[in-house]
Design a protein around this ligand. Structure first.
Ligand SMILES: CC(C)(COP(=O)(O)OP(=O)(O)OC[C@H]1O[C@@H](n2cnc3c(N)ncnc32)[C@H](O)[C@@H]1OP(=O)(O)O)[C@@H](O)C(=O)NCCC(=O)NCCS
Length: 154
């Protein structure tokens, strides 16, 4: 399995991953196509690819000192085998290279699997956004430092 930047040829698989893994919060194929066409210069799409094709994707917005992880999703049958970890590692590397010193993201408060994943990777809760999702669910804002100094998350 390898992680690589997504291209316009990946619109269909990324949009399918959105629908299959993020349900009502999935981005439309049109929005994915816009991102992959490079019309959103701060937005980076990555895919994780195995021998049998794309098995996950991540989207990050990198601008200034804050990187935002907007999406991370892995095909259900390929979870718990390190795919999201590999995607996140690449996002963290890109963010650090781009000069970010922290990563922020929002996660649904009822998404126990994602919470466990982010906690395992050093993210901590810093805020909550009520009625953030279309169905009225609350988003929990998580943060991870990219600093290497005293007190930084590992
Ligand atoms: C959350 C998600 C991206 C994790 O992907 P993944 O490839 O399974 O994650 P990894 O295999 O890299 O997991 C790394 C570690 O995170 C933790 N973890 C990941 N998923 C977990 C789960 N469902 N329950 C408990 N711990 C979990 C574990 O510590 C795991 O290590 P281990 O398998 O050795 O125990 C995946 O479950 C997913 O796509 N969910 C649906 C989409 C989604 O909710 N995305 C996040 C939106 S904010």
């Amino acid at each position: 399995m390898r992680v690589r930047p997504a291209t316009e040829a990946d619109v269909e698989v990324v949009a399918a991953s959105e629908t299959a893994n993020l349900g009502a919060d999935a981005w439309s194929p049109g929005l994915v196509a816009e991102g992959l066409a490079g019309r959103l210069p701060t937005v980076h799409y990555l895919v994780a690819e195995g021998d049998d094709g794309v098995v996950g994707h991540a989207v990050a917005s990198l601008a200034g000192d804050v990187a935002e992880l907007q999406r991370i999703a892995v095909t259900a049958t390929r979870r718990r085998s390190g795919v999201a970890t590999a995607l996140l590692d690449e996002v963290l590397a890109l963010a650090a290279t781009g000069g970010a010193d922290r990563v922020l993201l929002e996660v649904r408060e009822d998404n126990a699997g994602a919470f466990a994943f982010y906690a395992a990777r050093g993210f901590v809760e810093v805020d909550r956004r009520r009625r953030y999702y279309r169905d009225g669910a609350t988003a929990v804002v998580l943060r991870r430092s990219l600093g290497r100094g005293c007190g930084a998350a590992s």
